[in-house]
Every structure is written in structure tokens, then in C-alpha cells.
Design a binder for this molecule. Structure first.
Ligand code: AMP
Length: 400
């Protein structure tokens, strides 16, 4: 049986999932952390619930070797792995779909590194290592940005001097594309919408948050931009602020550009506003106990999300469905209800009891009959990467 290994390689960590062709539930998942230090370790979790933690003490290479050696203990073999699918954060304007990796593709991924200096080099490291250890094994790259390459120029250009786009590639790229694509495809299938005539909104709400307008299965607008800082309020990221804020903070507080960038990325969003936590579950509990910070943070989060979703409808001629996904989107009835109430102008009427159980008994749908549809779909980026890797391995086209 063909297996697919999905890799998400970071600078000091890598996550993996091993899939068979039979199911979108992985046979084995794991994460190796603190790589490159003597404290490096790997946690494994199998489909039968078995879990274990292993010391690695070394780097990415040692982690991959440990994984390969460990597979037989789970009745698995690395010999069955037919292809490795890698999550790659930035594909720039070069990659508008997943691709099989060769030397040219690897060089092109490297050349996108300026746009994602923390992520792309780490992704490249994972690809190079697999190539070095298993030169014959086919590899596929699946990009976070690729799904949004269908944005029209009116949606991806910033209103700044055009040559900054032409010469420096400064434009809106969008992220979370693999999740948005998986969720949009699943929604079209589950709601029995026509592939050529469907108009949906997807809200991916996790620690990072973004929303996308999807017409006929293609992304036409999205909230993240040149970097994943633009758009919605997130766990620690601010989302949109006045671009003059940088100058103002420098003038009034003497903050450096890197300090301001750090504050907007790591000390803002839910954490910054609430002064309690970046974690929505903690904030919901704190708000119930009367924490003013938590109440305000949730208010701003929901309002800004609704405002962005309304803005995304400028790219639609009707709303077939709004899909919630990601840790918050999949698990928080309160947040979903607040957002849908704020968007009453689009005809959403929440079905309270269905929303409370995340639409579990109604195919994910959390709205009343006759309402514009809102639903919950669990995202599965790894399964999407595995799907693309297998399709490309078998010579099939993959969707943009
Ligand atoms: P993710 O990055 O997709 O894993 O999502 C993480 C976010 O989902 C965190 O803010 C969690 O607090 C949030 N989350 C998970 N479960 C719940 C829940 N039951 N209620 C509210 N937020 C939740």
C-alpha cells in the first residue's frame, strides 16, 4: 500500500503525519522539538491511541532517522512511503499550485525566502534533508500562498507606488491557503453546491486567523497580505492597524521599528487587548468570570471579524455559506453566534442547539432552516497536502 509522509519543517522543529491512501485520518503523527539542542525530543501518536516520547539529543537528520527506525514498532515501514509532501509557507508569484520538487523548484522556493525569512529556509532544510537521505523518493511542495494566486489585481495590489510591486514584489499574497482550499472543497461537496457556481466565505480562526472569499472554488479575496500580520485580530497579532502607528510610536515613545514589529506580532491581538491570554478558551472562561480585559478582547475580535467578512462579500454576488474552521471556529459556539448576529444583514439566523454541538447532527450546519447557511468544518491541512502529493505522484493535475 502506498503511504504519504507529510512534513512541516521549522527551524528547530518538525511536524509529520503519515497517511495511507485509504483514509484522511493519519496512521501516525508526531512532532520533534528543540532540534539542534541536547534537549531535542520527539513525540509520536498512533491511530490506535498509542503515544510515546523519545529523546533525540540532536538535529533534524537524527529526528528523521529516529522516525524511520521507529515505524516498524507501529507495523509501518518507510519502504511503503511513496512520496513526501512538504508544507512550504511562501511560493511568491512563482507557485500557484502544488508541484513535484526538482532542482529548479528547490531553487525557486529558496528565492522566495526574502518574503518569508523565518519559514522558507526551514522548509527548504526539510526538503534537502529528505533528498540527501533518500534521493530516489519523490517530494512535493504545497504552498500556503498558492490558493490565493487567483486573487485579481484589484484585490492583491496595495495602493502604493506601483514599482514597489513590479520591482520588489510587494503585494498581498494571503496565507492559510491549504486550509481555505480544503475547507472550501469540503463545503462545496457537503452542501452539494455546483463547483462552477458557488460563493462562500471561509473563516479560519486559530492562533492565526484569516478569512477568504471563494467563488467557484477559487480564492478571490483574503484578509492576510504581504505577511500574515494583516487582517483579522489573532492570538498575539494585531491584524490591521493604521499604517501611521509606526511613526507615532517612534515619535511618542521612541520605539524602534523592530520593537514595534515585535509588539504587533507577539504582544497584540487577544493577548494585548485582554492582558490575560492569547488563548480564546481561556478568554471565554475569563469573560464569564467578569474579566473586563477578556470581554473587550472578545468584543473587538468578533466585531473586526464580522467587519472583514462583510468586506469580503464585495467579491460575491450572494452568500451561499459561511464556514467556520480552526481551533476557535470549530470549537467556540459563543464566538460563532456573536459573529453571525453581527452579520444579520446577510440573513444569518443561528440555530442555538445545533451551534452548541458544532452542527454535529446537521452535517455541520449551525443555522436555522431558511437562513443563509453557516457551518462548521474541521480543517485538515495535512490531509490536503497528502492528497496533492499523491495526485502529483500519480501524474494527476492538482487544483489551484
Ligand atoms: P489552532 O491554532 O487552530 O489550534 O487554534 C487554537 C485556538 O483555538 C486557541 O485560541 C484555543 O483557545 C482555541 N480553542 C480551542 N478550543 C476552544 C474552545 N472550546 N473554545 C474557544 N476556543 C477554543
Amino acid at each position: 500500500m502506498q503511504h504519504v509522509l507529510v512534513f512541516n519543517s521549522g527551524s528547530s522543529s518538525f511536524k509529520f503525519s503519515l497517511f495511507s491512501t485509504e483514509s484522511e485520518a493519519p496512521l501516525l503523527t508526531g512532532i520533534a522539538e528543540k532540534l539542534g539542542t541536547s534537549e531535542a525530543f520527539m513525540s509520536l501518536k498512533a491511530v490506535d491511541g498509542r503515544k510515546e516520547q523519545l529523546d533525540i539529543h540532536r538535529d533534524h537528520e537524527a529526528a528523521i532517522q529516529t522516525l524511520v527506525e521507529k515505524l516498524p514498532a507501529y507495523d509501518l515501514s518507510f519502504d511503503d512511503v511513496a512520496v513526501v509532501g512538504h508544507r512550504v509557507v511562501h511560493g511568491g508569484e512563482t507557485f500557484s499550485a502544488s508541484v513535484k520538487i526538482d532542482d529548479k523548484v528547490l531553487a525557486d522556493i529558496r528565492s522566495c525566502s526574502a518574503l518569508a525569512p523565518l519559514h522558507n529556509p526551514a522548509n527548504v532544510l526539510g526538503i534537502e534533508l529528505v533528498k540527501e537521505l533518500y534521493p530516489e523518493l519523490p517530494q512535493v511542495a504545497v504552498f500556503d500562498t498558492a490558493f490565493h494566486q487567483t486573487l485579481p489585481s484589484k484585490a492583491f495590489l496595495y495602493p502604493i507606488p506601483y514599482k514597489l510591486y513590479k520591482e520588489q514584489g510587494i503585494r498581498r499574497y494571503g496565507f492559510h491557503g491549504t486550509s481555505h482550499r480544503y475547507v472550501a472543497e469540503t463545503a462545496i461537496e457537503q452542501l452539494k453546491l455546483s463547483e462552477d457556481d458557488s460563493q462562500i466565505l471561509v473563516a479560519h480562526l486559530g492562533n492565526g486567523c484569516s478569512a477568504t472569499a471563494v467563488v467557484n472554488g477559487k480564492s478571490v479575496d483574503t484578509t492576510m497580505g504581504l505577511t500574515p500580520l494583516e487582517g483579522l485580530v489573532m492570538g498575539t497579532r494585531s491584524g490591521d492597524v493604521d499604517p501611521s502607528l509606526h511613526q507615532y510610536l517612534q515619535d511618542t515613545l521612541g520605539w524602534s521599528l523592530s520593537r514595534i514589529t515585535d509588539v504587533l506580532n507577539r504582544e497584540s491581538g487577544l493577548l494585548g487587548l485582554s492582558e490575560v491570554s492569547n488563548d480564546m478558551r481561556t478568554l471565554v472562561a475569563a469573560a464569564e468570570s467578569g474579566s473586563e480585559g477578556a470581554i473587550i478582547a472578545i468584543d473587538v475580535f468578533c466585531f473586526r471579524l464580522a467587519r472583514h467578512l462583510a468586506a469580503l462579500t464585495a467579491s460575491l454576488s450572494r452568500v451561499d455559506a459561511l464556514i467556520f474552521t480552526g481551533g476557535i471556529g470549530e470549537n467556540s459556539p459563543g464566538i460563532r453566534a456573536r459573529v453571525l448576529e453581527q452579520l444579520v444583514i446577510f440573513g444569518f439566523r443561528v440555530d442555538v442547539s445545533s451551534n452548541d454541538i458544532h452542527g454535529r447532527e446537521a452535517g455541520g450546519v449551525i443555522t436555522e432552516a431558511g437562513s443563509t447557511v453557516a457551518m462548521v468544518i474541521q480543517t485538515n491541512e495535512e490531509a490536503m497536502i497528502a492528497r496533492d502529493a499523491l495526485s502529483l505522484l500519480n501524474g494527476k493535475e492538482v487544483a489551484q
